[in-house]
Design a protein around this ligand. Structure first.
Ligand SMILES: [Zn+2]
Length: 434
């Protein structure tokens, strides 16, 4: 029997796996739903003060609508692009090109590909993938320009795209290692792969702010002055007097206002966009600082990292079983000869993208919970309820963030509680209740 023909056993395993995945998915959707309801119940029911009612400019509605269209079509295009690359034979043509350029024949049947073949295939794939990944990026660029937010030039956007492509090449050793482990340990290799991936995840979070982010932006310490004194006083009260507070030259790219926490351990830092320093009044800046200090003190990045580690384990466990079944079932149609055939890479990425999409509600629910905690921490630390509420009103009126996004979209992708909810939470916040 040819190797790719399905045996009854593999069909049963396939069905069991799909059922297991469906069950896992339903469980996590239910879990995310509960988290959302718990988060909503934390908000008192009284209506906020008139002064904090958001007046959404009419053009913001169109901006938000287009933003949603671009975001959703970007996801759909990516999944479709990967599928078409496999279905139309592009994936195996890329593989043939790789071995022709390297002047060598593919590895002996059933053996994993060499690192240099993986690297060249991944590079060619990344260039081909630009055909479906770049149009949404360009559309987002156009939208941001049309509404006067973007300050980036087209060459600047192309430079960023090229940089991301280069950083993406760091995945090549991970991919080659995965192929090798699957070849050596076809049943249990996912555990070894997972254990090897954990320090890499930590390493990535550690080096991101010092090696990767500076390739896109310039970071400088918050200048000395009254604001720095006030920010450091908040940091001292929060028990982090040595916290690194930096300013990012965001205004080279956009007018949007933001601040964030990045890095872990020795590279942890609070970063203000320079746009925030220019636009926001002092009390709103301090309110924003309180929120970011909340993320920093409560170690929310570590929580995200732990969630990513668990997610990586679930993905590897599933991919280890699903991919060989997929290749056995659809390989002959796609021209993919076996699990370690480089032409199967888009199938690996398709499974990964599908997994990321399916786990999105859970990831978003976790993010919203941590954002709510950071809001509460900031309010307890600063006591700036009105300034915090005005900060949120500004996000909707100035930056056109949808204050009340569609429920399903928010459930699936919403990383922060809706602004309307955050304002109500802020104005009714009781610092004595923990
Ligand atoms: Zn936050």
């Amino acid at each position: 029997m040819p190797h790719w023909r399905r045996s009854p056993d593999s069909l049963v395993t396939f069905r069991v796996l799909w059922r297991l995945l469906a069950l896992l998915f339903c469980l996590q959707v239910a879990f995310a739903g509960v988290a959302q309801e718990v988060s909503r119940s934390a908000v008192r029911t009284s209506e906020p003060d008139e002064a904090y009612t958001i007046r959404v400019p009419p053009e913001a509605i169109a901006y938000q609508r287009w933003g949603r269209v671009i975001g959703l079509s970007s996801t759909a295009l990516h999944l479709m692009g990967l599928y078409l690359l496999l279905h139309c034979g592009g994936a195996c043509r890329l593989r043939d090109t790789v071995y022709r350029w390297l002047r060598c024949s593919p590895p002996q049947y059933g053996h994993p590909p060499a690192l240099r073949a993986c690297a060249l295939y991944f590079l060619l794939y990344s260039l081909v993938a630009l055909t479906w990944r770049f149009p949404p990026t360009l559309a987002r660029f156009g939208l941001e320009h049309a509404y006067g937010f973007s300050r980036q030039s087209l060459p600047g956007l192309l430079g960023d795209t090229l940089l991301s492509l280069l950083f993406g090449m760091a995945l090549v050793p991970v991919l080659a290692g995965g192929y090798w482990l699957h070849w050596r340990l076809p049943r249990t290799g996912w555990v070894v792969a997972w254990l090897a991936l954990l320090p890499l995840l930590v390493f990535q979070s550690l080096i991101y702010p010092v090696f990767i982010a500076p390739a896109y932006h310039r970071y400088t310490p918050l200048p000395a002055g009254e604001l720095r004194e006030q920010v450091m006083e908040l940091a001292r009260r929060a028990g982090i007097p040595d916290a690194r507070i930096l300013v990012e030259d965001t205004s080279r790219r956009t007018r949007h206002v933001n601040a964030y926490v990045t890095g872990i351990g020795p590279t942890a830092r609070i970063v203000f966009n320079d746009t925030a320093l220019r636009i926001l009044p002092r009390d709103q800046l301090l309110a924003m600082t309180g929120h970011e200090i909340g993320h920093y003190v409560e170690g929310h990045l570590r929580v995200h990292l732990m969630a990513a580690a668990i997610g990586a384990g679930v993905f590897l466990w599933g991919a280890w079983r699903i991919l060989p079944l997929c290749i056995r079932r659809y390989g002959p149609r796609w021209g993919v000869q076996h699990t370690y055939d480089l032409a199967g890479l888009p199938a690996v990425l398709l499974v990964l993208s599908g997994f990321l999409l399916l786990q999105s509600p859970l990831e978003s629910a976790l993010s919203r919970t941590l954002e709510r905690r950071a809001d509460a921490y900031g309010l307890r630390l600063t006591g700036l309820r009105e300034a915090t509420a005005r900060l949120f009103v500004g996000f909707a009126e100035r930056d056109y963030t949808d204050p009340d996004p569609p429920r399903w979209l928010h459930f699936w992708f919403g990383t922060h509680p809706p602004l309307k909810e955050r304002i109500r939470f802020t104005l009714t916040f009781d610092a004595s209740v923990r």
